[in-house]
Design a protein around this ligand. Structure first.
Ligand code: GLA
Length: 341
């Protein structure tokens, strides 16, 4: 028996670095993602093949500690299996672009593993477990957004996801004459994991100083830079609510302005953008025909998303090539979540 599962990557259109605080976020699943094929084999070792990373083998049972290898994710996700499997992994997401290749890999693997074992699990249960593997096995203290979008994405809709109650409303984007693009900065994402966990730790400190976790209403007196961190958290949540309104009404000017504000907040107050993202965002938002642009995801490399008049896309691409340099453009087409093929 061979099981084939596809799980998509995602872009987050508004609400970054607030999912791990129970905030509202607005991701959509992409058409691109990760495909896994899983089949049983004899013996005491799992084996894996990836078109971009090569081969790996590890014993069934307790997974080896994560050590920065590509198959760490496989070892974590397949740990509950008591018989050996062979896994093939293939991705059509641009490498290192911050479009959640790791979440899509975990969601695909856990969906395949459940089907293989005959376990009934809802997409939400898959997302929760995928996050747990990322936190407990890989060591990134991430929120649920990426795994949720990959497991529960909807064609034609973004998800207004409430990360506290783990439920979403579908949001239809009225793009009119515009298009939403993810533009890969091609900047290496070296700092991403370390700074990410540092921000999560700063939030724990804010919570301690504020004496509670009422994130979106608290008004504590905080020292720098914690005051700026909280300013981002609270203003970003408000921008998610406003973006849903602007997107549903097709108010492109307001939507674009919210994207620019969000980028400024992530860059100056939360300090997770980094130089390359700032330059790319400036190049995009300064181009004629672009309503606004913001980094998406964890930051420090990866993609900037931009809302652009359809007929201006080629000229914005030219302006960005001159002002920034080499990029890769991915259309943000809202797509369905993980599925068994
Ligand atoms: C990464 C994490 C998510 C989220 C974003 C920032 O993608 O995996 O949980 O925190 O960064 O919004």
């Amino acid at each position: 028996m061979t099981l084939r599962v596809f799980a998509p990557g995602r872009v987050n259109t508004m609400g970054d670095h607030i999912d791990y605080l129970g905030g509202l976020v607005l991701p959509l699943a992409l058409p691109q993602g990760t495909m896994v094929e899983l089949s049983p084999i004899e013996g005491g070792q799992h084996e894996a093949f990836s078109s971009s990373h090569g081969e790996a083998r590890w014993p069934i049972g307790t997974p080896p500690a994560a050590s920065g290898q590509w198959f760490d994710y496989l070892a974590g996700a397949l740990a509950p299996l008591d018989r050996a499997v062979s896994v093939t992994v293939d991705s059509n997401l641009p490498q290192g672009s911050g479009l959640s290749s790791s979440a899509s890999l975990l969601v695909a693997l856990i969906t395949a593993r459940n089907a293989f074992q005959g376990h009934q699990a809802s997409p939400l249960e898959v997302a929760i477990e995928a996050r747990q593997v990322e936190v407990e096995h890989i060591g990134l203290n991430c929120g649920i957004m990426d795994q949720y979008a990959s497991a529960l994405g909807e064609a034609g809709h973004a998800l207004r996801l409430d990360c506290e109650h783990l439920r979403h409303e579908s949001v239809r984007f009225e793009l009119g004459s515009a298009e939403l693009w993810a533009v890969d900065s091609k900047a290496p994402r070296k700092l991403a994991g370390g700074v990410y966990n540092q921000r999560v730790a700063e939030c724990a400190e804010i919570e301690r100083l504020a004496g509670g976790n009422d994130w979106f209403a608290m008004t504590p007196d905080l020292p720098a830079p914690l005051d700026a961190r909280l300013r981002h958290i609270q203003s970003e949540q408000a921008r998610v609510i406003e973006t849903c309104e602007a997107a549903e009404q097709g108010d492109l000017v307001r939507w674009g302005a919210l994207m620019n504000e969000s980028h400024r907040s992530l860059s100056r107050d939360y300090e997770v953008a980094g130089d390359a993202m700032d330059r790319l965002q400036a190049a995009l938002s300064g181009s004629r025909g672009c309503y606004g642009a913001r980094m998406t995801g964890g930051g420090f490399g990866g993609c900037v998303i931009a809302l652009i008049e359809r007929e201006s896309v080629p000229s914005v691409q030219q302006q960005v090539a001159q002002a920034y340099g080499d990029t890769q453009w991915i259309p943000c087409t809202p797509s369905a979540g993980a599925r068994i093929l």
